[in-house]
Design a protein around this ligand. Structure first.
Ligand code: NAG
Ligand code: NAG
Ligand code: NAG
Ligand code: NAG
Length: 819
């Protein structure tokens, strides 16, 4: 659906494009001297026409420039050059589990990679059509799934806890040859209880994305191997050795799909019903064999191997590159197990050395939880290719960004399997600890998405599979909209490491990186400013809506967190100001280390961290807290509008906002995460009495303190837990979020080690908060099998999307005390 929509947009675009100026005939000959009188008039007209056409041409050119700016790449060499993800340059990360939206799927880091993956179904359940698992989906109600170990390079091990059985998927890579090498995937399924027999079908597929060829070899019904070829992979062979199971039955499908986004649908369309045996007459679902539509262009591009058996089942899939010359043993059987165990042992050792959780007093079970959090952060990394759909004020219709690759982690595999700008900064605090080369690669991919204006779109929905997951109204990215520049958090360390290492390669990277950071910073520092000096304001708030209790600020990342009730240009946003202080400080350090002009960054940093100025602009005496400022009233409610007698009956109107008191310019005194920012980003001076006040508000149970972490909005705030519209429940209005708790712990840790009157207080709060977070997240994980998007402040229960092993995985760093 989404896809059709964007296609029709693309067509419209072509239609709506202003006519290109083809007749570039600026008259230059105005000089014949005969027939002077008449000529003079002609001349005047000529000059007039010339001037007008030059002006018109200039005008259209200028308009076109303005229009194109948003979709023009930043004019500077890219950090990630075209071949840097290729199997020759980065063979070790060529293949990977880069399809995080699938329960199990692999692809390469190329624009149009073939995709492989797993679907499965339980036979003889009486359900029609049979429920098939493929893309991660909360509605499947799986009792827990995720990587139990994954190093981002060599291997991954995953456990999926389905209703009646446990399904393990693992893969191991061997990067030899010039095409990215081999891998083997192993799937084992065991029943949970030894009760009545359970029959399961495993369907393992490969599909091409617009290039290459597949030549499947079947023997009777069993697909034994597929010989294939693509541009990047050269010749390869994918084989399906006999599974280990009690009298398995095999089927297969060889067909053609128009889009890799439709694999499940195409397969469903080719399922037939058979009988298992004389005794078992319930429908038995099998694949229909070779079904290549007559009108498909070229041969098959989609092949599925199906095995059905009573549990337990164990199967392997081997992918072998023809370019591997000397393959002593296939990566199979004992060799597979040994290789996997070698990697697992290395992984465990690395994890232990890095995070030292045992020394921090954590037992095996809690450590296992942390390993799973980390593995899912790393195992959730995807590779996407395509273009965002963007819009600037010069466009009536959205336009396509340039096509580009993105290697990025994702917040949540079932719900948000794509790149989000501000999440990614948090993700990379953890990823960098684990493997800095992965983290650099990710951040540099993002920074290469910078356009000529210095803007990076905040949500990256690239490629057909990604787009299929997003409601249409969220697809278009507006170029006036920001998102917190959290990249500066991990970049600080990465850049300092690069400067220390001082290798040729790192120097070259820094050279490409710096102009981009400068432009990115400058975009924030010019487009997100407020109406007076040193004041900042998020764009993208809707001043016209009457459906929202408090107009959202999606750009701040904190969606419905209460801000000024009536958005105006005179608002001041305290969180953005603090983000800018952080960014200015990091930019000053980088510029200085690179012998570039750093003084202005330092001056901006000093201005933004000057506590006196900060207090004048953002300290609310009345609320005794740091606050936004704006045109505001918090005496508002949602009500059904008075019934209009002319309205056709049966149409229930939607609730609208009613103001009980008029708004006025004032501080927005709802205490919560936003009020903490000068503290979170360590701007408040350690000796400031305001720090004391913040610490007290944090540990006050009527405000932010709970046994499970800090809630986002004070229990005493007017909009605490309130719906924002008739249908939109509270999101950042009370729930406990782990990224903000991570920043809080980092700040508490900082203030407890920095000389000042509140050191001890900070230390005590730090200890209790850290315990509460870890204990509760662990308890919820044991109880539900998941790490969650956020946690309920009353019960500690996990809420929202799950698994959510984006920034919630920062719990690992909280345990390890790495801030
Ligand atoms: C990338 O590889 C291709 C083919 O191997 C080569 O033609 C091209 O010059 C390379 N580009 C860069 C930037 O190294
Ligand atoms: C699945 O993996 C888990 C942990 O990785 C392991 O304990 C379990 O035995 C495995 N089950 C199967 C069926 O391989
Ligand atoms: C490990 O520690 C957790 C959290 O403190 C506790 O709930 C759990 O019972 C402990 N497990 C074992 C096996 O000691
Ligand atoms: C950022 O913007 C402010 C004005 O809003 C300006 O005073 C400051 O010099 C700018 N900083 C940099 C580094 O450009």
């Amino acid at each position: 659906m989404t896809k059709d929509r964007s296609d029709s947009r693309r067509r419209n675009l072509v239609k709506n494009k202003p006519p290109e100026i083809v007749n570039n005939h600026v008259p230059t000959r105005v000089s014949s001297k005969t027939k002077q009188g008449l000529d003079f008039r002609t001349k005047l007209i000529g000059i007039f026409v010339t001037t007008v056409s030059v002006a018109l041409i200039a005008y259209f050119r200028y308009q076109q420039l303005l229009k194109d700016a948003v979709i023009t790449p930043f004019d500077s060499p890219k950090i990630i050059h075209d071949n840097s993800s290729s199997p020759l340059v980065t063979p070790e990360r060529f293949w990977g589990s880069y399809r995080p939206h699938t329960y199990f799927g692999l692809k390469t880091r190329t624009a149009h990679s073939p995709v492989v993956g797993l679907m499965w179904l339980q036979q003889f359940t009486g359900k029609m059509p049979p429920p098939i698992r493929h893309w991660c989906n909360q509605d499947d109600q799986i009792k827990g799934y995720g990587w139990t170990a994954h190093d981002g390079v060599n291997f991954g091990v995953q456990e999926i806890n389905d209703d009646n059985f446990v399904l393990n998927t693992s893969f191991v890579k061997r990067s030899e040859g010039i095409h990215g090498g081999d891998w083997t995937a192993k799937i084992s399924v065991i029943p949970k209880e030894s009760g009545s027999p359970i029959f399961v079908s495993l369907m393992f597929y490969i599909a091409l994305d617009g290039q290459g060829s597949l030549d499947p070899v079947a023997s009777k019904n069993r697909l034994t191997e597929i010989n294939g070829h693509t541009e990047e992979l050269g010749n390869f062979r994918m084989s399906f050795p006999k599974a280990s199971a009690k009298s398995p039955k095999y089927h297969h499908l060889v067909t053609y799909t128009q889009s890799i986004e439709k694999l499940k649908e195409v397969m469903m369309g080719n399922i037939r019903v058979d009988a298992w045996d004389k005794a078992r007459t319930m429908p038995y679902f099998i694949l229909g064999g070779r079904m290549v539509p007559r009108d498909s262009p070229g041969g098959p591009n989609y092949a599925v191997h199906q095995i059905t058996a009573q549990l337990p089942i164990e199967m392997e899939v081997l992918f072998e590159s023809e370019s591997v010359e000397d393959r002593s043993e296939p990566l199979s059987g004992d060799t597979y197990d040994k290789t996997l165990h070698k990697y697992l042992a290395r992984f465990d050792q690395k994890f232990t050395d890095l995070f030292q959780l045992q020394r921090k007093g954590y037992n095996k079970s809690v450590t296992k939880f942390a390993i799973s959090a980390m593995s899912n952060m790393i195992g959730g990394i995807g590779y996407f290719y395509g273009s965002s759909i963007v819009q600037s004020k010069y466009h009536k219709e959205p336009v396509n960004y340039w096509k580009a690759p993105l290697y990025t982690a994702v917040p949540s595999r079932p719900f948000f399997p794509r790149g989000f700008l501000w999440d990614e900064g948090f993700h990379n605090i953890l990823i960098r600890e684990w493997d800095e080369s992965i983290s650099r690669d990710i951040l540099f991919h993002w920074l290469d998405l910078l356009n000529s204006e210095g803007w990076i779109p905040r949500e990256q929905i690239l490629g057909e599979e990604a787009r299929a997951k997003v409601p249409a109204q969220f697809v278009v990215q507006q170029n006036r909209n920001a998102n917190p520049p959290t990249f500066f958090l991990p970049l600080q360390k990465i850049i300092s490491n690069m400067i220390k290492s001082n290798t040729d390669k790192d120097r070259a990277i820094l050279k490409a990186l710096y102009p981009r950071l400068k432009a990115w910073y400058n975009w924030y520092n010019t487009t997100q400013v407020g109406s007076q000096r040193s004041v900042y304001r998020w764009r993208g708030r809707d001043p016209t809506t009457n459906k929202q209790l408090n107009p959202q600020t999606l750009t701040s990342g904190l969606d419905d967190y209460p801000r000024a009730s009536h958005p105006t240009d005179d608002e001041r946003h305290i969180d953005l100001r603090c983000w800018m202080a952080l960014a200015s400080g990091v930019m000053a350090d980088i510029a200085r280390a690179l012998n570039a002009e750093w003084e202005e960054y330092r001056a901006t940093y000093q201005m933004l961290s000057d506590n006196k100025l900060l207090d004048e602009l953002h300290w609310s005496k009345e609320g005794q807290q740091y606050s936004d400022y704006g045109f505001h009233t918090d005496k508002v409610k949602l009500e059904f509008p008075k019934v209009n007698p002319n309205q056709p009956p049966g149409q229930q109107p939607e609730k609208v906002r009613v103001e009980i008191t008029n708004p006025k310019y004032q501080f927005v005194n709802s205490f919560g995460y936003v009020s903490l920012f000068p503290f979170l980003l360590k701007i408040v001076e350690p000796s400031s009495p305001k720090l004391f006040s913040i610490l007290n508000n944090i540990k006050n149970p009527n405000m932010l303190w709970t046994d499970y972490g800090l809630r986002s909005l004070s229990r005493s705030a007017k909009l605490y837990k309130r719906y924002n519209t008739q249908h939109d429940g509270p999101y950042w209005r009370g729930a406990i979020w782990i990224n903000m708790n991570y920043l809080t712990l980092g700040a508490l840790n900082h203030y407890s080690f920095t000389e000042g009157p509140y050191q001890e207080l900070a230390k005590t709060i730090y200890k209790d908060l850290r315990n509460n977070i870890v204990e509760n997240m662990y308890r919820q994980y044991i109880k539900t099998g998941y790490i969650w998007e956020n946690y309920d402040d009353k019960t500690g229960d996990g809420k929202g999307s799950h698994p959510f092993t984006g920034w919630s995985a920062l719990v690992v760093l909280i345990m390890a005390e790495k801030y």
